[in-house]
Structure formats: structure tokens, C-alpha cells
Design a protein around this ligand. Structure first.
Ligand code: 48F
Length: 274
């Protein structure tokens, strides 16, 4: 016998358990594209408390559609180690290029990240940051449908030692921080340089090079790094996104003082008990 009210209780209780454990974070990741999911995975693997806030219902960002809706992606050889960490199957194309099925890639990133302990709150838009004592100290969130319906509803706040803008081309978190707090960024001009036209070779290098902290507590990875620092776009080649996600996880971990070994041991014990 199925009791409809029990279903409601189960969902709401379990959701709020998850939500409460996403309110005080080591890292708040904004955007569940490839760079955000990869960063979240490596941080969770190191025992850090990390949640990803994604404005869409689906996670995976720009992976699903491959190039112009042809659902394959290209990855260069220097990112293969990350594909292997996630158990993603790929095929050699030749000349240092590899291809992977876009649906398989997006699914594997989501699966491994959540398995590692990443909390994903989807259909939830980050619309502002918490700002304390000269640093970004968290994010301000609101359900996406509330925003699309134009309802006058106040948002809620999440505290985080570090915030990662992995919102892709829009670099939304950096934009709102600059607009509201008039901060100077760690960029060539101190401002947002804006993304430049397609040039994969240059764009891929720039994304990796510019991954990092742009303001105390605020990091950029993936296309957001290119958009903030004036890098070129690169289309459906994803090695740079993956490497950028792993790089920023290392930087954030270093700023947090390394892996949380107690939490890692807890997680391993839970995994062993499964
Ligand atoms: O765009 P996206 O996939 O970001 P990425 O990790 O990867 C870029 C590539 O997909 C592709 C490319 C590769 O060569 O150029 O574009 O840099 O994912 C960004 C995610 O952030 C979400 C958005 O819905 C998408 O899933 N997002 C954007 N703004 C917000 C947000 C916001 N304010 N709050 C929450 N999520």
C-alpha cells in the first residue's frame, strides 16, 4: 500500500536534510557545467563540503548538445586523465584528439560528482553574493521558476569560505559582484575584459591559465575564466574546461588548508558500508 502523504514526507524530509547541509560550505560552486562539476568532484573527494547551484533543471551545461547539436565532444590528450578519473569512455580520433559521447560525458560527470558527496541544488539561480570584510563569503539563491514567473519573493543565503563562478560565458557571479560592490578584480585591467571571438587554440590555453581567484573568496573556472580575463571562445572542445575545473579545485583546496582527512575517512566509511 502506498501512502501519498508518506511520499510527501519522505521527499521533504530528505530534501531539507540535503539543503541544510548545503548552507555552510567550504565551496559554493555556481553552475553545473563541465568545469563546475569537475571542480566539485575533486573538492568532495578531498573531503570538502561542496554544493553546486544550477539555474536549470538539468545539469551538464553546454555538454549535452556537443557542437551544433551533434552530441559528440572533442577532448585533447592532456585531459584524458580526468576522463579516466570519471570513468568516461572515449575514442581516439587521431592527431591528439579524442571524442566522447556528450550524453555519456554529462551523465558520468553528474554521477561521479554526486557519488563523491557533492550536493546539487538544481533549478536554483545564484543572483547575488554575500560580501563580508572585503571578501566574497557566500551566495544568494532563489528558485529559477520564481524568477521566470517574475514573482516578488526574497531570496535566501548560503555561507561559503570560497565561491566558484562556473557559470560559463555569462560569468554571472563576477558580474554581480563588480556591479554591486565596485570591486577591483585580479585581471589585466582590474575589470571584466569580456570574451573574445572563436579561436580554440588560444582559448583553451587562456582558460587554464586564467583559472583562479579574481577577488578574495571568488574564483573563476571554465568559460567564465575566459569571459572575465578576455580569452577567446573555443567551441565544443572540452579539455580546457575539464583541466580548469581540476585546477581550481586544487587552488581552492590549498586556500582551505588542504584535504579534510576526517571527512574523507567518514565518506570512505559510508561508501564501504553501501
Ligand atoms: O556553460 P557551461 O557548460 O560552463 P563551463 O563549465 O563550460 C563551457 C562549455 O560548456 C562550452 C564551451 C566549451 O568549449 O564553450 O560552453 O564553463 O555551464 C554553465 C552552467 O551555469 C549555469 C548554466 O545554466 C549552465 O548549466 N548558470 C549560469 N548562470 C547561473 C547558473 C546562475 N546565476 N546561477 C546558477 N547557475
Amino acid at each position: 500500500m502506498i501512502n501519498d502523504v508518506t511520499v510527501t514526507k519522505a521527499i521533504s524530509e530528505r530534501f531539507f536534510e540535503k539543503f541544510h547541509s548545503a548552507l555552510e560550505l567550504d565551496a559554493a560552486i555556481v553552475g553545473a557545467g563541465p568545469s563546475g562539476l569537475v571542480a566539485a568532484y575533486y573538492l568532495a573527494q578531498a573531503g570538502r563540503r561542496v554544493a553546486v547551484f544550477e539555474s536549470k533543471l538539468s545539469i551538464g551545461g553546454g555538454i549535452w548538445g556537443g557542437g551544433m547539436l551533434m552530441n559528440e565532444i572533442v577532448v585533447q590528450d592532456d585531459a584524458l586523465e580526468i576522463l579516466r578519473d570519471f570513468g568516461i569512455s572515449y575514442r581516439e580520433y587521431g592527431g591528439g584528439y579524442y571524442t566522447a559521447d556528450a550524453v555519456h560525458t554529462a551523465s558520468a560527470l553528474a554521477y561521479r560528482a554526486t557519488e563523491a558527496g557533492v550536493i546539487v541544488i538544481n533549478a536554483c539561480r545564484v543572483e547575488d553574493v554575500l560580501f563580508r570584510e572585503g571578501r566574497v563569503a557566500g551566495v544568494v539563491i532563489l528558485w529559477t521558476p520564481v524568477l521566470t514567473a517574475g514573482l516578488h519573493v526574497d531570496p535566501l543565503s548560503v555561507g561559503a569560505t570560497t565561491v566558484l563562478d562556473a557559470t560559463g560565458h555569462a560569468a554571472e557571479v563576477v558580474h554581480v559582484t563588480v556591479r554591486k560592490m565596485e570591486v577591483e578584480l585580479n585581471t589585466e585591467t582590474g575589470g571584466i575584459l569580456g570574451e573574445r571571438s572563436m579561436w580554440a587554440e588560444s582559448g583553451e590555453q587562456a582558460v587554464i591559465e586564467h583559472t583562479g581567484e579574481v577577488f578574495p573568496g571568488l574564483y573563476v573556472a571554465g568559460m567564465a575564466a575566459a569571459a572575465v580575463h578576455g580569452g577567446h571562445r573555443m567551441g565544443p572542445i572540452f579539455g580546457g574546461m575539464l583541466i580548469s575545473g581540476k585546477k581550481v579545485a586544487g587552488q581552492i583546496l590549498e586556500s582551505l588548508g588542504g584535504a579534510d582527512s576526517a571527512a574523507t575517512a567518514d565518506r570512505d566509511a559510508v561508501a564501504a558500508a553501501r
